[in-house]
Design a protein around this ligand. Structure first.
Ligand code: SF4
Length: 259
């Protein structure tokens, strides 16, 4: 089940309402241009398609989003959209040595079925065989300490896996965190944008592929047998922004906490 509406300041506007407001050139909730929200609606996902960015997130959420109606807050989506804009701007510069903002996909056989893993590579520099993933952030002060988040490690390794499936041989991966908004330096009076490079260890290719297959198996069990992946602890940061949190908790309760 795809996104069914947008929530603005506690009021839910279903997609038909948003479309009607867009035709009239109105705002949603008095502050979001309806025509903008109308084109941001998620498309239904193919359950056999796995995105590199899904790997480190909550698999239970990905499954529930597929079957349950959900709404989103544009306020929660905005930061990601700004990041998408940065990627699009960087992709406009051509670089003959690099693959820039290329979408790759490859089949992933799992127990007699075939899933597809896809991902958008921000930049792969062929001469140095280096993969760089851009991450826009509010502040770089705490990023990468003590190391990259597990979700980013899986994502970067998935990009490396995809590159290998397409004949490349990456040896290095790094995340470039850059603040969305700079600040004015007290010392110089000039604007500064802080950024930080964080190295990501590339896993042994076979070990990573085994991990991918394990994730694929979990998803297949959910879609074929209705066996939901387990819920994360209630105070997990992913749950704070989860659009299917209510149904997740309800199902967990009904199953006696087993998920
Ligand atoms: S509430 Fe938490 S555990 Fe449940 S689906 Fe959402 S992110 Fe996953």
């Amino acid at each position: 089940m795809p996104l069914v509406g947008w929530e603005v300041d506690g009021v839910v506007y279903d997609l038909d309402q948003v479309a009607a407001l867009a035709r009239a050139g109105e705002l949603v909730g008095g502050r979001w241009p309806a025509e903008v929200l109308a084109v941001l609606a998620d498309q239904p996902r193919d359950p056999y398609r796995l995105r590199a960015s899904d790997l480190g997130g909550c698999l239970r959420q990905k499954v529930l989003e597929h079957y349950e109606p959900y709404t989103l807050r544009p306020d929660d989506r905005w930061e990601a959209l700004v990041g998408t804009g940065v990627h699009a701007a960087l992709a406009r510069s051509s670089d003959p040595d690099s693959l820039v903002e290329v979408r790759l996909s490859a089949p992933l056989p799992v127990d007699g079925e075939t899933l597809t893993l896809s991902g958008q590579i921000d930049r792969y520099h062929r001469p140095s065989r280096t993969l760089t993933d851009y991450k826009t952030t509010g502040s770089v002060v705490r990023v990468g300490r003590p190391g990259p988040d597990h979700s980013y490690v899986l994502q970067a390794n998935a990009y490396a896996w995809l590159l290998r499936q397409h004949g490349e041989d990456p040896v290095r991966a790094r995340l470039w965190f850059v603040e969305r908004q700079g600040s004015v330096s007290r010392a110089t009076g000039r604007r500064q944008v802080r950024s930080r490079l964080v190295e990501v260890d590339l896993m042994d290719p076979k070990a990573f592929e085994d991990r991918l297959i394990e994730i694929g198996r979990t998803l297949l069990a959910a879609h074929r047998e209705g066996k939901l992946p387990p819920a994360l602890p209630a105070d997990h940061p992913f749950c704070r922004w989860c659009p299917v949190v209510e149904v997740c908790r309800q199902l967990e309760q009904e199953s006696g906490g087993a998920g």
